[in-house]
Design a protein around this ligand. Structure first.
Ligand code: ATP
Ligand code: MG
Length: 569
């Protein structure tokens, strides 16, 4: 391809709305343009990268016995009513009506459509297992679309659904997909980690997220260096130890704490550590209040809480609502004698001996509070966020934490959808059984952004070879020099002949501009054709990733490029 012909409008300045590097660079380097909030046009360079990711994904899905199909984006409300998700999915669902006033949505995911298809077409155990997938646009009216392709409202996803006869079959399909995902992200040249993930309110099921490690990522993970344990913090299990476990419970008493509200203030005022304090937060679960008590140095894990409560909406109650519900201002709340609000007590908080809490009375706290002597709970459980320094639930070593970008998720659904939508088959004994399902998603456009987030420098993108829009850029220093142009075109043709994806920068620009664009766009290899080429018969080959440069005689250029590409794979 000639650079003069490709539509890749680059920008010199960082676009104001772009907060993270991948968003900035994909705009600047001309891979995409914003259409409206959370909706992007993918330009030819971006399209090439996406196609490469798609090719890798298709190869790995096919290798794992996946069969590709194409499901409709427009989905009728009836199927979503049947699965029970029409109302549950919430405002993220893009809903629309046709001219007959019938309800539809734009597919954010395709469990309903595919379960409906398979239940109609599959009736015997002989037709299972079945692994079906597609790659197409998904629509989610995200609350906060941001970071460009990272969290958009229209994006490309690969979604595969597995249908098995039983749990053992599902285990096999799940493992196949887990391995296929590992291959996909390895082949894309990304540093990633599979982590245990939250699987929602349906207990017992398993899920893993594939997280590309990057400081800007929205996902927080904890991992153990002594064993393999790794989990999204939403999911990570707490290992709890008592505070002063051997101390004797003292007599509870009330102390005046004028104007003291936060954990930090109370711990300074009474000279106790935050971990000795109990923090009480009131949430509204589908409108009903619940008080959650965690240790003063901990945060509530709202995902765990939501799963336990099995509610649709969970939100922290506003200060005025707390006052109205309990008669106590937020800073003075505590579990002792709290009226009218059920208490969900984090297990670790229950182990605190001689704790400090709000006294449910303005400007007063209680000291030497002990569970269960002084207060009761409706439920004790794991309601806190785990973080670096916590113990590994598998081997008890200390956990580390990191941030990352969720690029894929695999999920055992079990019979959730097949039961709701009555998708059954007849087994070898003539018995009707529900199909056992799994679902597996990869964010294709998010993977492109994640690759940039992990591979860039101050000059631009550094594409991993496997997903680069072009592998090689040839840059003649001067267009006016016919001999240079001749040499450049000759290398160009030779590389094309060998199947290498190469771009020749034939634009009438200064060499500096062409070099800067090559760096910004991020071609893995750059061949500079200059005076030396004409005089001495050599070119310079530069590796984008580490800046190494080598001078190579013209007759060895193709061979050298092939070697570098092989090595980079
Ligand atoms: P998140 O927690 O980031 O909102 P999710 O768990 O809702 O994502 P899934 O339903 O598991 O997402 O979708 C599968 C994959 O699709 C995700 O792993 C991610 O790569 C991608 N994806 C999901 N939402 C978006 C989005 N708004 N923009 C771009 N990619 C997305
Ligand atoms: Mg997910």
């Amino acid at each position: 391809m000639l650079a003069s012909k490709i539509f890749t409008p680059t920008l010199r300045d960082v676009p104001a709305e772009a907060e993270i590097v991948s968003h900035q660079l994909l705009l600047r380097a001309g891979f995409m343009r914003k259409s409206t909030a959370g909706v992007y046009t993918i330009l030819p360079m971006g399209h090439r990268v996406i196609n490469k990711i798609i090719k890798i994904v298709e190869e790995e899905m096919n290798k794992a016995d996946g069969q590709e199909l194409y499901l409709p984006i427009i989905q009728p409300a009836e199927l979503w009513l049947e699965s029970g998700r029409w109302h549950v999915y919430g405002p993220e669902l893009f809903k629309l009506k046709d001219r007959h006033n019938r309800d539809f949505c734009l597919g954010p995911t395709h469990e309903e459509i595919i379960t409906d298809l398979v239940k109609k077409e599959v009736s015997s155990y002989k037709q299972l297992p079945l692994l079906l997938y597609q790659i197409q646009n998904k629509y989610r009216d995200e609350r906060r679309p941001r970071f460009g392709l990272m969290r958009s409202r229209e994006f490309i996803m690969k979604d595969l659904y597995s249908f098995d006869r039983d749990e053992e079959g599902l285990d096999i399909s799940y493992q196949k997909m887990f391995d296929a995902y590992t291959n996909v992200f390895k082949r894309c040249g990304l540093k990633f980690r599979p982590v245990e993930a939250d699987s929602g309110a349906i207990g017992g099921n398993r899920s893993h997220e594939f997280v590309v490690l990057a400081g800007s990522g929205e996902a927080e993970i904890v991992y153990c260096e002594s064993c393999d344990y790794a989990a999204n913090v939403e999911r990570a299990e707490a290992v709890n130890a008592g505070i002063n476990p051997d101390a004797n419970p003292e007599k509870m008493s009330k102390v005046a704490t004028p104007n003291i509200k936060t954990i930090q203030e109370i711990s300074d005022f009474l000279q106790v550590s935050p971990e000795q304090c109990l923090k009480t937060l009131v949430y509204l679960a589908d409108g009903k209040p619940v008080a959650v008590v965690v240790r003063g140095d901990r945060e509530v894990n709202e995902i765990k809480l939501k799963n336990k409560l099995d509610c649709l909406e969970l939100e922290l109650a506003r200060d005025d609502a707390v006052l109205e519900l309990s008669g106590v201002p937020v800073g003075s709340l505590g579990p002792v004698g709290l009226k009218g609000i059920p208490v969900y007590l984090d297990e670790e908080a229950s182990l605190v001996v001689n704790g400090v809490t709000g006294a449910n009375e303005v400007d007063h706290h209680l000291i030497n509070v002990n569970y269960p002597r002084d207060y009761q709970a409706q439920l004790i459980g794991d309601f806190r966020l785990v973080g670096a320094g916590d113990k590994c639930p598998v081997c008890q070593a200390e956990l580390s934490s990191a941030r990352g970008i969720e690029v894929g998720q695999v999920f055992k659904l079990g019979t959730k959808y097949s039961e709701a939508m009555d998708a059954t088959f007849v087994d070898e004994h003539g018995q009707r059984q529900y199909m056992v399902m799994g679902c597996y998603g990869i964010g294709i456009t998010r993977t492109m952004a994640a690759a940039v987030e992990q591979n860039y420098d101050e000059n631009g993108i550094i594409w991993p070879l496997a997903i680069a829009p072009f592998q090689v850029a040839i840059v003649p220093v001067s267009n006016k020099d016919e001999a240079q142009m001749k040499a450049a075109f000759s290398i160009y043709r030779e590389l094309l002949k060998r199947g290498i994806e190469v771009i020749l920068d034939d634009r009438d620009e200064r060499a500096g501009v062409k070099f800067a664009d090559a760096d910004l766009i991020g071609y893995p290899l750059r061949i500079t054709v200059g005076k030396k080429t004409v005089k001495e018969g050599t070119v310079d080959i530069r590796v984008r990733r580490d800046g190494t440069e080598m001078t190579v005689p013209l007759e060895q250029v193709e061979q050298e490029v092939m070697t570098l590409i092989e090595r980079g794979k």
